[in-house]
Design a protein around this ligand. Structure first.
Ligand SMILES: [Zn+2]
Length: 277
């Protein structure tokens, strides 16, 4: 039997605005509604950033708390993962939501270039964020923007700074970071299996190659990510009408690869997470 696929929906991010696609949820109420529709379409993990009312990114724990409350109420069992990404705050501000004890938080284990800036994750900050997650029983999703970040995550697990099993997301297609490249992708999968045989992984394609990474991940036995954070289009010519539409697109592709979307209970078991709180 093949492994069911955990479909992550990245609902908002810190960049896309309603001017890019009116379906991008900005307020907490919009985020909860969009997550609920995506959940009903087959997503079992929501990856979220929060915004101020003017659309600019923030790491405000109060907004994250309201989002958690809404998602728990409307999407029973769905895995909640909050972003500690660098566009929404500076330094330790980025981890201010970890004590809210979501199921997971994202953790980049190194630095790289982004389209217009350096995505800075100093060893000191990475260790601090990992320590906060460990202290609060929050599982990190390692955001791997290049190969060194996979090695760093494995080393941190060895050093006891991250509890296993690891869950790693291979991110491809961010301008100035790792492009969408099949050979590299396969090497990522192979390397992770070698360094951390019990690890799980997800592929995330940014922009027009979102579906490419969904397909590759389904093919090679991983999990997949979609959503308006990474891509606002359903295809080259069509804006995605909703996060749910992108989830349906991924969900429909599962059968082509002999896979099916995981249930929330399966998703939690696959990621070694406790039952819903
Ligand atoms: Zn994100």
């Amino acid at each position: 039997m093949t492994t069911p696929c955990i479909i992550t929906v990245a609902i908002t991010g810190s960049l896309p605005q309603k001017s890019d696609n009116p379906a991008v949820p900005i307020t907490v109420a919009e985020q909860v509604e969009s997550t609920h529709a995506a959940f009903e379409a087959g997503a079992t993990l929501v990856h979220a950033h929060v915004r101020k009312d003017d659309g600019s990114p923030t790491s405000d724990p109060e907004r994250f708390a309201r989002l958690i409350e809404g998602v728990r109420k409307h999407c029973p069992g769905m895995i909640i993962q909050l972003s500690t990404g660098g566009r929404s705050g500076a330094g330790r501000e980025r981890g201010g939501m970890i004590p809210l004890k979501p199921d997971m938080c994202s953790l980049s284990t190194g630095s790289c270039n982004f389209p217009t800036r350096v995505y800075e994750n100093s060893p000191e900050l990475v260790d601090w964020l990992a320590g906060e997650m460990q202290a609060n029983g929050v599982k990190p999703e390692i955001e791997a923007f290049d190969l060194s970040m996979i090695f760093q995550a494995a080393a941190m697990q060895q050093a006891g700074k991250i509890n296993g099993p690891l869950h790693v997301q291979f991110v491809m297609g961010v301008k100035n970071a790792m492009p969408v490249d099949r050979d590299v992708f396969e090497f990522y999968v192979k390397t992770l299996k070698r360094l951390a045989p019990d690890a799980t992984w997800t592929g995330a394609g940014i922009g027009r190659d979102q579906v490419t990474l969904v397909r590759w991940s389904l093919e090679l036995g991983g999990h997949c990510r979609t959503g308006l954070e990474d891509n606002v289009r359903l295809d080259r010519n069509t804006l995605a009408p909703s996060n749910a539409a992108l989830v349906r697109q991924a969900s429909d592709l599962c059968a082509e690869y002999g896979r099916r979307p995981a249930t929330v209970a399966e998703a939690r078991q696959l990621l070694s997470l406790r039952a819903a709180r």
